[in-house]
Design a protein around this ligand. Structure first.
Ligand SMILES: Nc1ncnc2c1ncn2[C@@H]1O[C@H](COP(=O)(O)OP(=O)(O)O)[C@@H](O)[C@H]1O
Ligand SMILES: [Mg+2]
Length: 337
């Protein structure tokens, strides 16, 4: 029995834009690797600008998208190889998604509690109506709601915050080990965001649930995360303990991002409206470091050679400033940076 809950090994996802033969290849996820321990529940954040590959990574973990190369295993089993209905059901039970926009998750013409009862009925969790109601009540209670508050209501009769809590409750009915929450609070009122992300911390403590929290908001990430991965154009450029990365960032990209993060202002931080600009396409397709054009410390090597991820000061960092070659150079040129 593997002690790893999830292992993501050298995962790559390439999209073909504008046709497989004549179009361009876009590496939306580039060689991403990490593990989640099964004994130690945590909140692991993936943070990065729009278009950095976060959703693509989440979709691969959920089995909704196949990696172009690399492997994702859950409790030692390759997620891409799950075929039997029972195994798929078991996986869907243990790894639950929470999506960005609760108003899209719920059909406006369907009462929200019907989703909860349906989930309780699927997966053979409960047979009688009473058993189902008990599961639903428990799940709602763990997100600070009661059945009374949601029963018989349509999505538009609940606030965005209540609705997102309901979608977390729905995910909890199956008693999952892993929640994949893709920008779960970006559509929720700023004033309610902390209460929802704090919920993830409570769930971790009380139910041993690990949460993969995807966000472009570093302020909420800092409050709840144990570890953080900073993504840039498909690369994980820095990865490690939340305090290490956020209080003493090493990658120039992380350093720049953090300079723009003020206090717990959930509106601040990242610009969400970055579209696939010509810069983005260029950054995705460049040979060297994806941050080359924007990096204040860029060197010749960064233009052409992709940096390797190295372990420095308690975290992984993918930057030539910390590679062995540069260290040697630095020793001969004291005080050069
Ligand atoms: N199905 C797809 N086909 C082609 N390109 C895609 C597809 N899904 C995502 N992409 C591209 O991959 C990149 C990463 O996207 P995504 O994973 O959605 O990033 P994020 O969630 O960080 O905003 C983007 O440039 C996006 O345009
Ligand atoms: Mg996304």
């Amino acid at each position: 029995m593997s002690r790893k809950l999830l292992e993501v090994k050298s995962v790559v996802k390439i999209f073909h834009i504008g046709g497989r033969f004549l179009g361009t290849k876009l590496k939306a996820v580039n060689n991403v690797s990490f593990d989640i321990d099964s004994e130690k529940p945590e909140i692991l954040t993936f943070a990065g600008e729009t278009g950095s590959g976060k959703t693509t990574l989440a979709r691969m973990i959920l089995g909704l998208e196949q990696p172009t190369s690399g492997e994702i295993t859950y409790k030692g089993k390759n997620v891409s190889h799950i075929q039997k209905r029972e195994e798929l059901l078991e996986y869907m039970k243990e790894v639950q998604p929470i999506f960005q926009n609760p108003f899209e998750t719920f059909n406006p013409l369907r009462k929200v509690d019907s989703y909860l009862f349906e989930t309780a009925g699927n997966y053979n969790l409960a047979k009688t109506k009473g058993e189902k109601a008990k599961l639903v009540e428990e799940a709602l209670k763990s997100v600070g709601l009661t059945l009374n508050e949601v029963q018989g209501r349509y999505p538009n009769e609940l606030s965005g915050g209540q609705l997102q809590r309901t979608s977390v409750a729905r995910a909890l009915i199956t008693r999952p080990s892993l929640l994949i929450a893709d920008e779960p609070v970006s559509m929720v009122d700023a004033s309610l965001r902390m209460s929802i992300v704090n919920l993830f911390s409570d769930l971790k403590e009380e139910y041993n649930v690990t949460v993969l929290y995807i966000t472009h908001d570093l302020a909420t990430a800092y409050y709840i995360s144990d570890r953080i991965a900073i993504m840039l154009r498909g690369d994980v450029v820095e990865f490690g303990n939340i305090d290490k990365v956020m209080l003493s960032p090493l990658h120039p990209y992380t350093q720049i991002l953090l300079k723009s993060v003020p206090q717990p202002d959930p509106e601040g931080t990242w610009k969400e409206d970055i579209k696939l600009s010509s810069l983005e396409v260029k950054e995705f397709s460049r040979l060297g470091c994806k941050f080359y054009e924007r990096c204040p410390s860029a060197m010749k090597i960064c233009e052409e050679v992709e940096p390797l991820s190295v372990f420095r000061d308690g975290r992984e960092v993918k930057c030539h400033l910390y590679s062995e070659e540069f260290k040697k150079e630095e020793e001969t040129l004291p005080g050069s940076f």
